[in-house]
Design a protein around this ligand. Structure first.
Ligand code: ZN
Length: 286
């Protein structure tokens, strides 16, 4: 089961959200037939979006993350609901690159860093809130750290990882966002930095010991108290009705073409690969 664990330090200056997201990342890999390096890029983005989405709270609020780094993967788009359930897609899921000299998946290379990370929070009211930053490395975690510093003025450290081999299921995925609350003393900052360094790669801890152990490692010395635990997953909200509305909102000339041909229309959801077929009598009955 995938879950988000939220905790706070005893002194109230440090908060953390940890996600274990192996199952939802594996679902994304299967839906899109993604290469290992694209699975890692998408999986890290899904983890980040799920954590940030889970902070929205308001029913029917949603969060959209867009990353356009100019790399071979193309655009990454991830949408989260207010509980942290996510869906996502990548323009070129089969994009591939050799591993780096250290033997790591070249996520920064496949995403690119010549572009923006944008985060759109839609609370169902007038204008959605949009924050955007230039990509730092395309490695995703660093880019989200920059986003929190620039757009939300919150000192944060983010770490996300996906452990996946070629043509194999995802072994581990997840990460954390740790944030300092206003007034945190200097000593707290250096202790967080020390813990982040000592914890190392998140996938190693998640695979070996799970999300609780990851939280305890990053919060070492802060006597963390768990505030909340919530289940998250890969969830698409598409439906036949939504696609029917979308088809009917096409240009009149396109609709006239469809009507003239008289053949059934097939549409595929880009987030979950569900296929909806509409015959022309259904489309043009009204
Ligand atoms: Zn769908």
């Amino acid at each position: 089961m995938d879950e988000i664990i939220k905790a706070i330090s005893e002194d109230g200056f440090v908060s953390i959200s940890v996600i274990s997201s192996r199952e939802l990342t594996e679902r994304a890999r299967n839906v899109h037939g993604a290469s290992p390096v694209v699975t890692a890029a998408l999986g890290r983005t899904l983890a980040a979006a799920s954590i940030i989405g889970s902070t929205l709270k308001k029913p029917d609020a949603s969060l959209t993350v867009r990353i356009n780094g100019g790399g071979p993967a193309g655009s990454i788009i991830v949408v989260s609901d207010e509980k942290g359930s996510v869906r996502g897609y990548v323009s070129n899921p089969s994009a591939d690159l050799p591993s780096t000299a250290e033997g790591k998946l070249d996520v920064g290379g496949v995403v690119g860093k010549d572009g923006m990370l944008s985060v759109i929070k839609d609370f169902g009211e007038k204008e959605p809130y949009t924050g955007a930053v230039e990509l730092v490395s395309g490695e995703i975690a660093e880019d989200f750290t920059a986003y929190f510093a620039a757009s939300e003025q919150i000192p944060s450290a983010c770490a996300f990882g996906v452990l996946v081999g070629r043509d194999r299921p995802v072994l581990a995925a997840g990460g954390y966002i740790i944030q300092l609350l206003p007034g945190a003393p200097e000593g707290v900052i250096s202790k967080v930095e020390e813990n982040v360094a000592a914890t190392g790669a998140v996938t190693g801890v998640l695979e070996r010991a799970g999300a609780d152990a990851l939280m305890e490692s990053v919060m070492s010395g802060f006597s963390p108290r768990i505030l909340e635990r919530s289940e998250v997953g890969y969830r698409c909200t598409c439906s036949r009705e939504r696609f029917l509305t979308a088809v009917l909102s096409l240009d009149k000339s396109e609709l006239d073409d469809m009507r003239a041909k008289g053949e059934p229309i097939e549409v595929c959801c880009q987030f979950c690969e569900a296929v909806y077929v509409f015959d022309t009598t259904e489309l043009f009955s009204c």
